[in-house]
Design a protein around this ligand. Structure first.
Ligand code: ZN
Ligand code: FE
Length: 279
């Protein structure tokens, strides 16, 4: 079932649907009145099938970052649609991008011509990763996940922490459309970090029920992420204590005597390291 943008008349009937791709990617389709825009089409085939089934014309592509599971379908989709606008990060060399974007810029899409899409630079997963905000929706690729965050492939922990704080500062009702179905695995890690957090336990039950019905766990909301995503909760005493304790256990015997992490980025870095090895 489609989500819709909550906003003015321009976007009141703009639908947002997930197009599943590969094993756990979601390509988000924004559509209205026979026209569509897709975010991060890693594969063209499921997008073409979605468009054909609903008789939609593809008007534009929006890309968050250069990884193949997000851009792999661009060439095939654009090949049959001369002049198709392809929006993407200005500082990443992505073949096919013809509208290079940077932090703070705005643009509009055919499916919501009176509503600006705001561009946010959120580096960390990749150097030039962008997020796109339209009304009460944020498309954040592999930066913020439901109950988790992306790996640090090109950026530093400090960069990713700053990017996540930027997203966390959006209004609580902002809906989070991320690019992967990683929610249950992320929640299991979140519970290991904060066993006493009741919101995480409720969320696990909800996510398990949705997955059992074959439904996505997305979108999330910024408010829910603030309450249950350990990577946004680096100032919580329980999170700090847990991160330090884990670091102490794993580095025992290496003359490691952790004191309290010196700042929020340090807590974030400990959590990210822990999650990298968590099974
Ligand atoms: Zn990625
Ligand atoms: Fe990805």
């Amino acid at each position: 079932m489609a989500d819709t943008i909550t906003g003015n008349r321009d976007t009141a009937d703009l639908a947002i649907d997930p197009i599943p791709a590969f094993t756990d990617n979601y390509i988000w389709a924004l559509h209205r009145g026979g026209h569509a825009v897709v975010v991060d089409p890693g594969d063209a085939a499921p997008v073409e099938a979605f468009l054909a089934a609903r008789d939609l014309v593809l008007d534009a592509i929006v890309l968050t970052h250069h990884h193949g599971d997000h851009v792999g379908g661009v060439a095939a989709l654009a090949a049959t649609r001369p002049g198709l606008p392809v929006y993407g990060p200005g500082i990443e060399a992505i073949p096919g991008v013809n509208h290079a974007l940077h932090d703070g810029e705005r643009f509009t899409l055919s499916v919501a011509p009176d509503t600006p899409v705001r561009v946010l630079a959120v580096p960390g997963h990749t150097r030039g990763h962008l997020a796109y905000r339209i009304e009460d929706a944020i498309f954040c690729g592999d930066t913020l996940f439901a109950a988790g965050c992306g790996r640090l492939f090109e950026g530093t922990a400090a960069q990713m922490h700053a990017s996540l704080q930027r997203l966390s500062a959006l209004p609580a009702a902002t809906r989070v459309f991320c690019a992967h179905e990683y929610t249950l695995a992320n929640l299991r890690f979140a519970l290991a970090v904060e066993p006493g957090n009741a919101v995480i336990r409720e969320r696990i039950a909800d996510a398990e029920a949705r997955r059992a019905r074959g439904q996505p766990t997305l979108p999330s909301t910024i408010g829910l992420e603030r309450a249950s995503n350990p990577f946004l909760r680096v100032r919580e005493g329980a999170v700090i204590a847990s991160a330090v304790e884990h670091a102490r256990e794993t580095q025992r015997g290496e003359n490691f005597a952790p004191s309290a992490p010196s700042n929020d980025e340090a807590v974030f870095a400990l959590l990210r390291e822990w999650k990298n090895r968590f099974r």
